[in-house]
Write a new protein. Structure first.
Length: 268
């Protein structure tokens, strides 16, 4: 799962990153073939979300990637962890491809011609796919309205075939399992019937509940997860797809109305 990949890709193991950061989905492995006839359709697995959330503590070390990339003050923090599964239930694959082809299209080693879909994470020495999902924690106000969202600390994503999701999917039919690095080509996407999973034990896969800038007192809240969310691009963002409301999306889908899952919780 993604936890294993994170351990493999930390700076402490740069000597082995070329062989360990991903499995090879293009050279002789026993796996499926791409399905490109049709369109993908992403949903959020609400059952996985509901069964996975938990409150605990996390120790953030000074100088760690968690502290540097997610802007979390070193020390112990009270956190709300949760897992997210985003299945592709459409009739074709969602294909992202090789990050290097997006970040350096002319292969000259200069990222100035990047298309804006990826950003380089120096601490982890790999690329993060932007705008794939948003995680929000919204307070339930008196009267039932929702207050301003608090965002989880996760910043980037690597799309892959983490687990079979639909009934009857062959566990050997995966296609996309190569995140890619600065020096190794990747192959990202989600095959039909498979799901991309981010387990709750991953760094940043949580809401920080004791952040003085965004206090989260006990009470009623809604966790809202949106896959392939709409956004307005800035000067560094790509806008590969426009939906019917003219918002940007990073992936083309057959249906954008089923991309959200919500969960009402009580924080003790």
């Amino acid at each position: 799962m993604r936890l294993l990949r994170f351990i493999q890709c930390t700076p402490l193991l740069l000597a082995t990153i070329l062989s360990a950061c991903s499995s090879d989905s293009s050279t002789g492995s026993d796996h499926g073939i791409p399905d490109l006839d049709g369109l993908a359709n992403f949903v959020v697995d609400s059952a996985r979300l509901a069964s996975s959330w938990t409150i605990g503590s996390d120790q953030v070390e000074a100088g760690s990637c968690t502290s540097i990339e997610y802007g979390i003050t070193p020390g112990f923090h009270r956190v709300l962890r949760f897992s997210v599964s985003t299945p592709n239930v459409g009739d074709a694959d969602a294909v992202v491809g090789d990050p290097l082809a997006h970040i350096d299209p002319n292969h000259d080693g200069n990222f100035d011609d990047s298309d804006g879909l990826f950003e380089y994470a120096p601490c982890h020495n790999h690329f993060h796919y932007k705008h794939y999902a948003t995680y929000e924690l919204l307070p339930v106000l008196e009267g039932g309205a929702l207050g301003a969202p608090i965002f989880a600390r996760k910043r980037g994503f690597c799309l892959d075939d983490s687990e079979p999701f639909l009934p009857g999917v062959d566990p050997k039919s995966w296609v996309y399992r190569a995140c890619g690095t600065l020096t190794q080509h990747g192959n990202q996407g989600v095959h039909v019937g498979w799901t991309d999973v981010y387990v709750r034990t991953l760094p940043g896969q949580y809401f920080v509940l004791d952040d003085p800038a965004q206090p989260t007192p006990p009470g009623e809240y809604v966790i809202r997860v949106t896959v392939n969310p709409p956004y307005l691009p800035d000067s560094t963002d790509a806008c590969p797809v426009r939906d019917e409301q003219n918002f940007c999306r990073v992936l083309r889908e057959s249906n954008y109305t089923d991309n959200v899952a919500t969960l009402h919780i009580t924080l003790p």
